[in-house]
Write a protein that binds this ligand. Structure first.
Ligand code: AMP
Length: 363
């Protein structure tokens, strides 16, 4: 199988690293030279909306998938007529706009924070009255890693946040007092078969995913089944093929969906070393029409992201059981440059993660 991936970042790299042993070959459409996927397949070096480049990219591929959600709709439209494309671009469209995304959740019975689309200061003031403060004002599109958002705690923050974020479509969300953040990673094959990884607990630092551990502590079968039901609802609504991640808030009143990613996801990187079959391999199996692999986990798994810089690799490897994954990216503040996985009994994972977090923070 020759697989095309829109995007050549670390997710594309890890897809290829898991697909090569299955006999797959890869082609990336990636505008930037020196990207993490370089060397793992052929590269069409062009913008994602370059029509001629898209045609060259699609030539001879068995299937196309993507590793980021902001692929322009015109590009997926162009590819759709030429090559098999998974997941369904309708899931991309939903993930690109926080209002469409939340309406989509509601349509399949998934609860979210209350929200209002915002396109004027008067609208924002009225929505702040209705939802109450605190509330979170976010851009509807192109927000990631906590960028393009403001928490409104006091009345005067309403006008201040408008000053900063006005000029683009916005959404105001009720502030969720969550106990913790979880994510569910799901995969659906071309034949409609679904599989789910155990709920993962995620901790963010400065708006960026910092650590994940799985299975999340104290998750009952009922909660796991609820999350799986939510994911299945989205998968089936989009006739989705591939891996889907949904980020959830765990609250006193149950799970609320925050957002979804129609692709492999950072909160599933632990599956590389902690699950029977990783999210990357399962995504490829799904989009290539192969049987899905087990999402089972023998013990506990944890992941620590390396953000902004890479500690000396010998120090990371000195932590018992550490499995190091570097992306070959030049370090820059706030940039994800790698991650480290550990696996084993809960206490061993907790201890190793503590050591890795200290190294990653440069303590
Ligand atoms: P997002 O870009 O939507 O993933 O938001 C980034 C982070 O901000 C989330 O992981 C949460 O920690 C926090 N956050 C987002 N939305 C809300 C909300 N409605 N209430 C409370 N915290 C939020």
């Amino acid at each position: 199988m020759k697989v095309g991936i829109l995007g050549g970042g670390q997710l594309g790299r890890m897809l290829a690293l898991d697909g090569i042993p299955l006999g797959m070959t890869f082609r990336f459409l990636e505008p930037t030279a020196g990207s993490p996927s370089d060397g793992l397949g052929d590269v069409v070096r062009a913008a994602y909306d370059d029509a001629h480049a898209l045609d060259r990219f699609a030539e001879g591929l068995d299937v196309v998938t993507y590793e980021f959600e902001n692929v322009p709709a015109a590009s997926t439209d162009r590819l759709a007529g030429r090559v098999e494309l998974h997941p369904n671009p309708s899931a991309l469209a939903a993930a690109q706009d926080r209002v469409v995304e939340k309406e989509g959740f509601a349509a399949v019975g998934i609860p979210t924070a209350p929200f209002r689309p915002i396109d004027s200061l008067d609208g924002l003031r009225a929505a702040a009255d209705e939802l109450g403060l605190p509330a979170v004002l976010k851009t509807r599109r192109f927000g990631y890693d906590g960028k393009g958002q403001a928490v409104l705690r006091e009345r005067e923050h309403v006008d201040q946040a408008w000053e900063v974020l006005a000029g683009q479509p916005l959404i105001l969300e009720g502030f969720v007092r969550f106990r913790r953040e979880l994510s569910i990673l799901a995969v659906r094959g071309r034949d409609g078969a679904c599989a789910f990884y155990p709920l993962t607990e995620n901790v963010h630092r400065r708006g960026i995913l910092w650590t994940s551990r799985a299975p999340a502590d104290g998750v009952t079968d009922a909660v796991q089944r609820t999350a799986e039901g939510y994911a299945r609802g989205v998968l089936e609504a989009h006739d989705y093929v591939g891996v889907l991640a949904i980020e959830l808030f765990d609250t006193e009143d149950g799970l609320l969906a925050n957002e979804m990613a129609p692709r492999v996801h950072n909160s599933g990187h632990w599956t590389l070393d902690g699950a029977d079959v990783s999210q990357f391999e399962n995504h490829l199996r799904a989009v290539c029409g192969l049987p899905l692999g087990s999402t089972g986990v023998t013990d506990h798994a944890g992941m620590v992201n390396l953000i902004g810089s890479v500690p000396p690799v010998e120090e990371l490897l000195a932590v018992a059981g550490a499995r190091v994954h570097l992306y070959g990216k030049s370090p820059r503040p706030g940039r994800k440059v790698g991650h480290v996985n550990v696996r084993g009994p809960a206490a061993t994972v907790a201890e190793a993660m503590g050591a890795l977090e200290a190294l990653a923070l440069g303590d």
